[in-house]
Write a protein that binds this ligand. Structure first.
Ligand code: MF3
Ligand code: CO
Ligand code: CO
Length: 275
């Protein structure tokens, strides 16, 4: 049996192993503000994601906007990570480290930002298309966005975590894509990574039940090829083993009485490329 606990904002920062937190109105308000800033940062990156820009330059923009917004990048100093976002190009599944590497025409890129604002974490990522992208890669990006939104549609009281994974897995596998198992969505709030784990595959009616007040991310990583990945020697960069392209989108959401609220929607309506 899973355990749930109703928390005040003060209690929301406590690590409680495996216990699922149910947040109140103040928590939702905090997440709304953090999520909006996160989405605004991704919106602001759009004109900068072009051939020739280095991922470090993009990281600088993320850091400056995060701080200007009154927040701190949650990844900065997190488990020894020293950058303000993750930038994952082509066959990189997630946790790509910003560097002097430059984007080039035809790349598909995920940028994942997490400003922590007044204690609350807005965690979101989108794919960006660099210049002219082959149709096969664009199709992967479209289907991955659809996977995220199908997962979000399944995120409502009465359903379970497995229903989210099932919706995502069914859609991805219909297109013969591989769903990454090595990384998952997660509870968040005043903690960056909290219970429960949101696995992006699953069986209907299994896993913890979804209750109003739960706050978590859904962040499917979908590969054109096989699901298997490995982490490079830098300890962070996760790549597909078969070097096939990988895409990801992420939203932070809260379960409401009749569905869910997305905290990280683009104010500009730039939900999926082309922006
Ligand atoms: N933003 C990522 C997530 O969606 C976590 C990045 S942790 C880092 O959970 F240290 F790699 F930046
Ligand atoms: Co996340
Ligand atoms: Co993220």
């Amino acid at each position: 049996m899973e355990q749930y606990v109703r928390v005040t904002p003060e209690e929301a920062m406590q690590a409680r192993d495996g216990v699922i937190k149910l947040h109140g109105a103040e928590g939702f308000e905090g997440m709304r503000k953090a999520g909006r800033l996160a989405a605004e940062i991704l919106d602001a990156l759009v004109p900068h994601v072009v051939p020739g820009v280095s991922t470090e330059e993009l990281d600088d923009i993320v850091r400056e906007m995060t701080i200007r917004g009154g927040a701190v990048p949650a990844t900065l100093g997190y488990r020894g990570y020293t950058h303000s976002c993750c930038i994952s190009i082509n066959h990189v599944i997630c946790h790509g480290i910003p560097s002097d590497k430059k984007l080039k025409d035809g790349d598909i890129v995920n940028i994942d930002v997490t400003p922590q604002l007044n204690g609350w974490h807005g965690d979101t990522s989108r794919m960006f298309l660099v210049g002219d992208v082959p149709v096969k890669a664009k199709r992967l990006v479209d289907v991955t966005y659809q996977c995220l939104m199908l997962g979000i549609e399944a995120a409502k009281p009465g359903n379970r975590v497995g229903d989210i994974g099932h919706a995502i897995q069914t859609h991805a596998e219909k297109h013969r894509y591989g769903v990454v198992r090595d990384f998952c969505g997660h509870g968040l709030g005043q903690l960056f990574h909290d219970a429960p784990e949101i696995v992006h595959v699953g069986r209907p009616g299994t896993g913890p039940e979804l209750r109003p007040g739960m706050i978590f991310t859904i962040e499917p990583m979908i590969n054109i090829g096989k699901a298997a990945g490995k982490v490079l020697d830098d300890g962070w960069t996760a790549v597909t083993r078969d070097r096939s392209l990988s895409a990801q989108f992420e939203h932070s959401i809260g379960i409401t009485e009749d569905g869910c609220e997305i905290f990280t929607s683009s104010p500009k309506g730039w939900h999926q490329p082309p922006y």
